[in-house]
Design a protein around this ligand. Structure first.
Ligand code: HEC
Length: 174
């Protein structure tokens, strides 16, 4: 009997919490748009997401990503080979190696780069990613993929976030 009473009280409390949350999220849309800092921030966010998505396939974006991985490492992709440390080479060398890596997937580096990039790649990166860039049978990321995994994941994240923002603004009548 006590148990039943307890459950009943719990249900009442939970309903109270749910109800207050629900009320909060269904604010008057008109009042919401009038002086809404959150809406402006979200509109800016949406614009930034769109701008990044528009650039995501460009050689400049991809080069920036590769240089960033060479400089700072990578630890989110989950490969058998473990994580990649940053700083195997200087930032200047990273830029030319990045061009070489970009061209492994059939794209064209937008600026000329020294031919010794290939030698740098083979001696510093090839041990893990393979001299052909294919990642030694799946133990390391395949650098010859049409879209690098990190970029593919970023694109998915950006699209998901954009959908979320759109859904929210539709719900609030903006
Ligand atoms: C000791 C092994 C090792 C070396 C050396 C190494 N990497 Fe990596 N690299 C990895 C691993 C492991 C990952 C994935 C890490 C993770 O889980 O995020 C990775 C990730 C990457 C990625 C991201 C791949 C993607 O699909 O998004 C790039 C680009 C990359 N490495 C380029 C290089 C370049 C260029 C060099 C040489 C300067 C290099 N790596 C040297 C092991 C290595």
């Amino acid at each position: 009997m006590h148990k039943l009473l307890y459950l009943l009280m719990l249900a009442v409390v939970l309903y109270g919490i749910w109800n207050s949350m629900h009320k909060n999220s269904s604010r008057n849309p008109k009042e919401h748009t009038q002086n809404c800092q959150v809406c402006r921030i979200e509109a800016d966010q949406e614009e930034n997401l769109r701008a990044e998505l528009a650039r995501i396939e460009t050689p400049e974006y991809i080069l920036h990503y590769i240089v960033d991985v060479i400089d700072h490492g990578s630890d989110t992709l989950g490969f058998k080979g473990g994580v990649m440390e940053g700083g195997y080479v200087s930032h200047e060398d990273a830029e030319k190696i990045a061009c070489y890596v970009l061209e492994m997937s059939g794209k064209k580096c937008p600026y000329p780069y020294p031919k010794d990039a290939a030698m740098f790649y083979t001696s510093v990166c090839g041990g893990c990613h393979g001299n052909d860039g294919k990642g030694l049978g799946g133990n390391y990321p395949d650098l010859t993929r049409k879209k690098l995994l990190g970029i593919e994941r970023r694109e998915e994240f950006l699209k998901r976030r954009l959908r979320e923002l759109r859904r929210r603004s539709a719900h609030e009548g903006r």
